[in-house]
Design a protein around this ligand. Structure first.
Ligand SMILES: *Cc1c(COP(=O)(O)O)cnc(C)c1O
Length: 412
């Protein structure tokens, strides 16, 4: 047998674009993970809002095992039953009439943006190419999506970038009014900005974008890669907001860890992707689609969706309890189970330090930027695990605060 692999191996053989934690998880079950040393963790990170039904959900494992023994891959030279079933379910449960499958959030957004350009080209000629997006937005890491995203640090050094892009301030109605015009082919927005700091859009803002898109014949794209598939408390956040986009992108939780993504749209818009205009070798892969179909079946129930709101309230109360003692949060916010705690005082911009310390206490949480702690547990995390996770977070904060106090008490 070859030598064992450890965290050290990462630095030796992997491209250094990530800085993974010091430990290596090897096993998961529900909302718990175990590392190579057998240390156990409560999972408030869900593989970045992906494992919304927890790890190794028995019904997902079952359908995947069955598919593994039947058929792995065909390509889009043929269609396949799991993809057709999944597409039918997505069209029955949302505004959409047509579905395109791919493998990641970035690819779904890439498809959405290309479709919007192509639709404008077909219907209005070649000069309606403008794409309006929001500052601090995150839409993926392909060159197009990273350029449309509103975080300059992610495009630095990658020029020349795709053109006719305009970034406006999120939740600012006047800025939207000023930016969206006859030259705009699409407006793309996350109903809740995830990576940008866990910031929900106001209903008035999404309504305004809808109104401006209608006025100027632009397509409204909702990037629901992070908030979609139940995390908002509705199957898709657009349903909770009561504002319907022309194109919606879904990934992350859609496969609960099996790579799969979808772009949803209307018949009219879909018509611009005629044969040959776009594609993906793996898009609609049968293994991915059986898993996603079961994920949607399990999440789109009144019990699971109502459970999101209950857990939101428990986490909010827990974070506020911690804050009443230690005062480290400026604000606790979010929608459903995409929650953020903005830091202040001694902990301003120290989100990563808290994440690292929490892991030592057996809790996995995320950052959203440098100043927000992001909490995205499974939608079905048992209440006992949730409370244990909050207790571990409190122990983490208590330790960090006492370290700061000890340092301050030292004579200069
Ligand atoms: C994660 C994310 C993406 C990118 O998804 P990938 O699967 O990493 O390509 C796009 N948009 C949003 C809102 C995301 O959170």
């Amino acid at each position: 047998m070859s030598a064992p692999v450890t965290r050290q191996t990462f630095d030796e053989v992997m491209v250094p674009n990530y800085a993974p934690a010091a430990f290596v998880p090897v096993k998961g079950e529900g909302s718990r993970l175990w590392d190579q040393q057998g240390k156990e963790y409560i999972d408030f990170a869900s593989g970045i809002a992906v494992t919304s039904l927890g790890h190794l959900h028995p019904e997902l494992t079952k359908v995947l095992h069955e598919q593994v023994d039947r058929l792995w891959h065909l390509s889009n030279t043929f269609t396949n039953e799991p993809a057709l079933r999944l597409a039918r379910r997505l069209t029955e449960t949302t505004f959409a009439e047509k579905v395109f499958f791919c493998n990641s959030g970035a690819e779904a957004n890439e498809a959405a943006l290309k479709l919007a350009r192509r639709y404008a080209f077909d219907h209005f000629g070649g000069s309606k190419t403008g794409i309006v997006s929001c500052k601090q937005a995150f839409h993926g890491r392909t060159l197009f999506t990273v350029s449309v995203g509103g975080q300059p640090k992610y495009t630095e050094g990658f020029a020349p970038l795709p053109g006719d892009l305009n970034h406006i301030e999120f939740n600012n109605l006047e800025a939207a009014e000023a930016a969206i015009n006859a030259g705009t082919c699409a407006v793309i927005v996350e109903p809740v900005q995830g990576e940008g700091g866990v910031l929900p859009a106001t209903k008035a803002y999404l309504q305004k974008l809808r109104e401006l898109c209608d006025k100027h014949n632009a397509l409204l794209i909702f990037d629901e890669v992070q908030i979609g598939v139940g995390r908002s408390g509705a199957l898709y956040a657009y349903q909770a907001y009561g504002v319907t986009p022309d194109i919606l992108t879904s990934a992350k939780a859609l496969g609960n860890g099996f790579p799969v993504a979808a772009m949803l749209t209307s018949n009219k818009v879909a018509a611009s992707f005629v044969v040959g205009t776009h594609g993906s070798t793996y898009g609609g892969n049968p293994m991915a689609c059986v898993v996603a179909d079961k994920v949607l079946e399990l999440i789109d129930t009144p019990e699971v969706l109502a459970g999101v709101g209950k857990r939101h309230d428990l986490i909010k109360a827990g974070l506020e309890r911690i804050n009443a003692k230690y005062g480290i949060f400026k604000e606790v916010r979010g929608m459903g189970l995409l929650m953020g705690a903005e830091l202040q005082g001694e902990f301003h911009n120290k989100a990563k330090d808290i994440v690292n310390a929490a892991a030592k206490h057996g809790l996995l949480v995320l950052v959203a930027g440098t100043n927000v702690l992001r909490i995205v547990p499974s939608l079905i995390i048992p209440e006992a695990d949730l409370q244990e996770g909050l207790a571990r977070l409190e122990a983490t904060v208590a330790e960090l605060v006492s370290k700061v106090e000890a340092k301050q008490a030292q004579p200069a």
